[in-house]
Design a protein. Structure first.
Length: 232
């Protein structure tokens, strides 16, 4: 029970910190940036706030002081290498009708996850080149008027299973107004000098603080080739 309440608290507080413009969160349709359009300082500050909130809540679960967890979380969030945005691409009727055609009962007083898929738009990424985009396709079905909090967390892993960074991308999926299909995109800029090889993105989807799905996708990192010498 404590773990569930803790995760719910994290999701709810992260949701509040992740939105850069509260006025836009009520709009319908379109895309929403959670760090992609602000300045570097703004992005770092937002990341630190998210990390501090999550760290504080996790510290409470572990029986430690909030300040200790918040300090650790803030340090992790401030240097976060991800930005994100999300959009709604199909309405509730479309997803609910799809569920009914498949023989899946549509809940009346609840919103549930029907499907969650994750993929990378690039099979090979160049260090210091174009960023990698990792897309989460989320289908929610149901007829409840209550809007759930949806959070997507992405962690980058090396081929040997070690974390490439201890700074996961934790972002609220914006534009959630009920059932429908949503697209949440995590954008990761591969730094110059990053170790070459295969990387795995482990993505976890949380609905109202509870983990409801876990997916992975992979991509290769290669170094940018040096410019060819001009022939004399």
């Amino acid at each position: 029970m404590k773990r569930t309440l803790g995760l719910t608290l994290i999701a709810a507080l992260v949701a509040g910190c992740a939105a850069p413009d509260a006025g836009r969160s009520g709009q319908r349709g379109g895309s929403s940036s959670t760090g992609g359009t602000g300045s570097a300082a703004e992005n770092a500050a937002a990341g630190a706030a998210i990390g501090a909130v999550a760290g504080c809540a996790l510290a409470a679960l572990a029986g430690k002081k909030c300040a200790q967890g918040a300090a650790i979380g803030a340090a992790m969030g401030a240097a976060i290498g991800w930005t994100s945005y999300s959009e709604k691409i199909a309405n509730a009727q479309t997803v609910n009708n799809e569920a009914r055609r498949q023989g899946i009962p549509v809940p009346v007083n609840e919103i549930r996850v029907k499907d969650y898929q994750v993929y990378s738009t690039s099979s090979v990424a160049r260090a210091g080149g174009e960023p990698v985009r990792v897309v989460g396709e989320i289908k929610l079905y149901g007829e409840s008027q209550r809007v759930p909090e949806v959070v997507q967390s992405m962690t980058l892993l090396k081929a040997n299973g070690e974390k490439a960074s201890d700074k996961p991308q934790i972002a609220r999926v914006e534009r959630i107004d009920g059932a429908g299909q949503y697209r949440a995109v995590g954008v990761y800029k591969i730094p110059r000098g990053m170790e070459q090889g295969q990387y795995t993105v482990q993505s976890v989807l949380l609905l109202d603080g509870l983990e409801v799905a876990r997916r992975t996708t992979v991509f290769q990192v290669a170094q940018i080739a040096p410019p060819a010498m001009a022939k004399l």
